[in-house]
Design a protein around this ligand. Structure first.
Ligand code: NOJ
Length: 515
């Protein structure tokens, strides 16, 4: 039996923005629990919940002050346990976000490390004397991901500490075995509670080049010296051994932010590191048939060469939503959903993409994120009433456009909606071994069109996506019926070979009847 996650569709929940039970305008775990039915109805298999741990929220939870507790903003550990129980009862797996590269500067580990150079936890973080103090005296020229230098001077102990992100996010020293042991305990804490796995933050940066060389001149953020250091693979093997010691195929999904698929592929090791690695090269591909075809073929070849199972992401909490990035009408977002959910591997749906949400327009006075990512983190609109299902205070960020009509309740009432389209694709995917497990084969098509076949045993499907707003014709070998139509009109009819602009279809061999 292949592990559950190979055929799974994941759904990413940004908990601040998903659903608010407490009425303070910030989403919480009880809110999410109350909305699990939406996810089950749509037909996803698993959810990834972004960080909900105790945090000062300088990076909205990616600055963790206690890995073993829920921030009061999101609820309590008991709320989490209830959420997990209910999700499992509905057949939904749950993975949680784990942030191992750095802690908050408020984490007791860092508070202790910072208290003196003699602190037993001093070496849990990365301290350097540097050639001097003050600007220009830094240990090297590394820049932090959100701007500024990657080193901050600690006056009390007269040393620099490293932070790849904000100064409030000091980097842990994964070369210290005590750090690994403490972090393994954190993983066990959540695995013992029953989580189905982890999404792991910033995998590529976990260990640093021990010589701390300068980055090449002109480089804007730390890369070469920090990312993709060989020693990280030993760290991952330790994590994998830990996860594999549990039953139930717990899964490790790593954020490997290296925009090269062949390099990402190294992070599954010989089947003894990550189970799944995010490959973000497709996320940054333009909406263009040729560009996507090249990205898919690279994934097929480069991940395939090492036996890695692909992942597919078109939106997340760090980037503009797919509808905003690709532009164009909703029809284009519908075609993108067909593509995302029919490639070989594990797709991740970002909350709200099933509604065709665009980024919110965030006026300057409401900008809160240091990385400028507020637009894609807008609150999920649940209905058309004022408040859109958020019961109390105005949500922490503005709504995406059209919340009166573009909300869960309205789209669920409309069988032609993009939400129903997601549900139909997911049902077709679940029922077809070709779609959820099969091989991928590119087919000949006009330059504006991407066509491919999926097959597993005797099961076959073809997928045709028109990337432009101009109608296009395709000639496929054999006769096919339309199983799912992104426009929602041709389902159950024979495929004519003509696609409208921005249309995508899932086809099955003709004459086999429904199902
Ligand atoms: C990647 C996360 O996705 C992002 O939201 C966060 O700011 C950085 N890692 C730092 O933890």
């Amino acid at each position: 039996m292949p592990p559950w996650w190979r055929s799974a569709v994941f759904y990413q929940v940004y908990p601040r923005s998903f659903a608010d039970a407490g009425g303070d305008g910030v989403g919480d775990l009880e809110g999410l629990r109350g909305r699990l039915e939406h996810l089950r109805w749509m037909g996803v298999d698993a959810i990834w919940i972004c960080p909900f741990y105790r945090s000062p929220m300088t990076d909205f939870g990616y600055d963790v002050a206690d890995y073993r507790d829920v921030d009061p903003l999101f609820g309590t550990l008991e709320d989490f346990d209830r959420l997990l129980t209910d999700a499992h009862a509905l057949g939904l797996r749950v993975i949680v976000d784990w942030v191992p590269n750095h802690t908050s500067d408020q984490h007791p580990w860092f508070v202790e490390a910072r208290s003196s150079r003699e602190s037993p936890k001093r070496d849990w973080y990365i301290w350097r004397d540097g050639p001097g103090t003050g600007a220009g005296g830094r240990p090297n020229n590394w820049k932090a991901a959100f701007g500024g230098d990657a080193w901050t001077w600690d006056d009390a102990t007269a040393q620099w500490y490293l932070h790849l992100f904000l100064p409030t996010q000091p980097d842990l020293n994964w070369r210290n075995p005590e750090v690994a042991a403490a972090m393994h305990d954190v993983l066990r804490f959540w695995l013992d509670r029953g989580v189905d796995g982890f999404r792991i933050d910033v995998v590529q940066g976990l260990t640093k080049d021990p010589t701390f060389p300068d980055d090449p001149p002109g480089q804007v953020a730390v890369h070469a010296a920090v990312n993709d250091c060989d020693d990280t693979h030993a760290v991952l093997r330790g994590l994998r051994r830990l996860a594999d010691a549990y039953d139930g195929d717990r899964v490790l999904v790593g954020e490997v932010y290296l925009l090269d698929t062949a390099t990402v592929a190294k992070y599954v090791g010989n089947g003894d590191e990550l189970h799944l690695a995010f490959d973000f090269t497709p996320l940054y591909a333009p909406w263009d048939a040729g560009a996507w075809r090249r990205r898919i073929e690279a994934a097929e070849a480069e991940l395939g060469a090492v036996g890695a199972w692909p992942t597919w992401t078109m939106s997340n909490h760090d980037n503009p939503r797919l509808r905003t990035r690709y532009g164009g009408p909703e029809a284009r977002a519908r075609a993108a959903a067909v593509l995302l959910l029919t490639l070989r591997g594990v797709p991740f749906i970002y909350y709200g993409d099933e509604l065709g949400l665009e980024d919110a327009v965030v006026p300057p006075e409401r900008v809160v994120d240091p990385g400028g990512r507020d637009g894609c983190r807008s609150p999920m609109p649940w209905d058309g009433a004022p408040g859109h299902g958020w019961p109390g205070a105005e949500p922490w960020l503005p709504w995406s456009p059209e919340p009166d009509t573009r909300n869960v309740e309205a789209l669920r009432a409309d069988e032609r909606s993009i939400l129903h389209l997601h549900r139909r694709i997911l049902a077709a995917r679940r029922a077809s071994p070709a779609l959820h497990a099969g091989a991928w084969l590119g087919l000949e098509a006009a330059p504006s069109v991407l066509a491919y076949e999926r097959s597993e045993g005797g099961d076959r499907r073809a997928v045709v996506v028109n990337f432009t707003s101009t109608p296009a014709d395709v000639t496929l070998a054999g006769d096919w019926d339309v199983e799912v139509d992104s426009a929602g009109v041709a389902e159950g009819t024979a495929f004519t070979g003509r696609l409208a602009g921005d249309q995508a279809v899932i086809l099955r061999p003709a004459g086999r009847g429904p199902g």
